[in-house]
Write a protein that binds this ligand. Structure first.
Ligand code: SF4
Length: 255
């Protein structure tokens, strides 16, 4: 019996990903897009996006990854103009940096000068987070749960989710913030001792996504408190989240 189990373990091999910063995802993953200089009918491509993520400014086409639902339809329809790459390191601390412009090939990076000093100093070895789902659809919540599974094992860096905001160092918000969750979200945030981190995970949290104009959404919470990290994706990928949090809190992971 014991030998049988050993054989199963040997057959399965090592389950965990050794280095979470160097993983190469398949080409089918939709990460940071590249927008070529190919001539296209601008209005047609802007009107094509169902969530108004595509825009034309400074004579360049752009995609706002804070609004994008990563459906991939624009890539299929305008394949010579838009191509999503497998680059998953797209979390940043500046909302404007989620807008990818035509010709951009530099990727997305955190602005180190904008990271609050107390975050740099206090959370570099351990970070406990409380997840608040404010009207989310469970997709981002599932991926956040996956961050702690045997593959990604975020706990190896001392980063974990806690059951109570009073035991945590920050909030990871998912969902567009529905009216009936707005107060609960604020109560949870205020229960966390200072200094605290606020992370927005997924398109719905960042911009409201397809619910942005809904009367059932109330997002003034985001105007009151500092946002430390935007993690784009719909849903987010665990590697995007983990690398983003590591870059925010630990010097040696910054690119
Ligand atoms: S992938 Fe994003 S930008 Fe393209 S059509 Fe879908 S939502 Fe719009």
């Amino acid at each position: 019996m014991f030998l049988e189990e050993l054989n199963i373990v040997k057959h399965q091999g090592k389950q965990f990903i050794k280095d979470l910063t160097e993983v190469v995802l398949p080409d089918t993953f939709r990460g940071i897009p590249i927008i070529s200089n190919e001539e296209v009918a601008v209005k047609e491509i802007i009107d094509f996006c169902p969530v108004d993520a595509i825009d034309f400014r400074n004579n360049k086409l752009s995609i706002d990854l804070g609004k994008c639902s990563f459906c991939g339809d624009c890539q299929h329809q305008f394949s010579s103009k838009i191509k999503f790459t497998n680059h998953y390191k797209m979390a940043t601390n500046k909302r404007a940096d989620l807008i990818i412009e035509q010709g951009d090939k530099t990727g997305i990076k955190l602005d180190v000068s904008a990271i609050r000093k107390e975050i740099r100093n206090i959370f570099k070895r351990s970070l406990k987070l409380r997840q608040v789902c404010a009207g989310g659809d469970n997709s981002n919540e599932l991926e956040l749960g996956a961050c702690g599974n045997v593959n990604f094992d975020m706990g190896r860096y001392g980063i974990e989710f806690t059951a109570s905001p009073r035991h945590s160092d920050g909030i990871v918000l998912t969902g567009p913030i529905t009216k009936n969750m707005a107060e609960a979200l604020e109560i949870a945030y205020l229960a966390i001792p200072e200094p605290k981190i606020l992370i927005l995970a997924g398109t719905d949290a960042i911009s409201g996504g397809i619910f942005a104009e809904s009367v059932a959404v109330k997002r003034d919470f985001l105007e009151k408190y500092p946002i430390d990290l935007y993690v784009p994706g719909n849903p987010i990928h665990p590697l995007t989240f983990i690398n983003g949090v590591l870059e925010l809190t630990r010097k040696k992971f910054r690119r």
